[in-house]
Design a protein around this ligand. Sequence first.
Ligand code: ADP
Ligand code: 3PG
Ligand code: MG
Length: 392
Amino acid sequence: MAAKRGVSEASVKGRRVLVRVDFNVPQSPDGSVADDRRIVEALPTLKHLEAAGAKTVLLSHLGRPDGRRDPKFSLRPVVHRLSALLGQPVPLADDIVGIHAIEGVTRLANGGFLMLENLRFHPGEETNDPAFAAQLSRLGDLFVEEAFGAVHRAHASTVGVPKRLPSYAGFLVQKEIRALSPLVQGAEKPYVALLGGAKVSDKLPLLASFLGRVDTLLIGGALAFPFLAADGAHLGATKVEPDLGPVVQEFREAAAAAGTALRFPTDLVYEPAGGDVATSTGTDLPDGARAFDIGPATRAAFLSALAGSKTVFWNGPLGLAEDPRFSAGTREVLAGLSGIPGFHVSAGGDSARVAENLGVTGAFQFISTGGGAALEFVQGAELPGLAVLPDA
Ligand code: ADP
Ligand code: 3PG
Ligand code: MG
């Protein structure tokens, strides 16, 4: 897609800049920030605004409090981590468009920061209520979109505000667009998509979007099971999404017509009835067994399909990677991928976490901060939070 006008073009000195960030981060049971990547990735924009003397007002959601104030979803732990990363205290306004927010903005010095409380405490955020969007807009002179992970939402902060203020893309949003655009159009070939994950019905649109665009689709994880079942594999007690037989048949025909090769697992790692772990030869499992990972022959076959590629997109673990018995498929394929030259991109919330935990982030030149947003982008969908921003 077209590049967006960037924050470096805005004249911000002494002006109030509303910055939408996606600080919807994973939290530990005590509420503290468990993974600060989304905060760290927004720092270049925030430091730029600080150095340029802007009065920066940060907007974010956290979780899904459904329009009600709920202390469980307070941004307090987030501003705590942000303050440490920025090296200056970031006050948190106790409300969003109320007296605390208004006073906090008035007190801002050039180069200073204020964060408003969780946008989703207000019912007007998710409904893109015009009155709420207008109130938010009055807190700033300019708007910067830096919440790549939320640009697939047409909410007050992602669409209502940029419609009302001069708007710019932050550095992270620009970087995401640059990295993900070649996956949609103009990828260097051969182009291979490596897809896994848990729920086939969720991922079918993503899968289908690759037909005709990639040379090869490698399918692992639970995503592969309905295909194997349709081929007559005996999968024991493996959980297979029901009623997908006709859909997978149609999908295969569409792939053949589009010239996209499909590869499925040829062996599986499974939990036999009664526990522990075993590896099959072929895709027939004993009664009561439950498949959770791709086997060694499949890993080797997937890696040889990846070996000659120039572009690779990965989404979805190839097995139940949170369980060490079933993480080898994902770990070995991604470790092998790091030795293959080319442009490799990963997207998806669980995928990023799993790659980090398995120590294989080195396989990728770019790991998106987006979950749903990145997957919609890669499918070629128009994202409302990007569509509203002026082109460069
Ligand atoms: P993302 O959030 O990156 O789009 P998904 O939500 O599709 O990824 O993937 C979620 C989960 O898929 C991961 O937690 C992974 O461990 C799991 N997974 C892969 N295969 C299986 C399986 N057979 N059973 C259960 N989970 C699986
Ligand atoms: C995400 O984590 O994917 C984004 O922050 C969007 O969150 P949402 O799915 O609750 O809108
Ligand atoms: Mg997921």
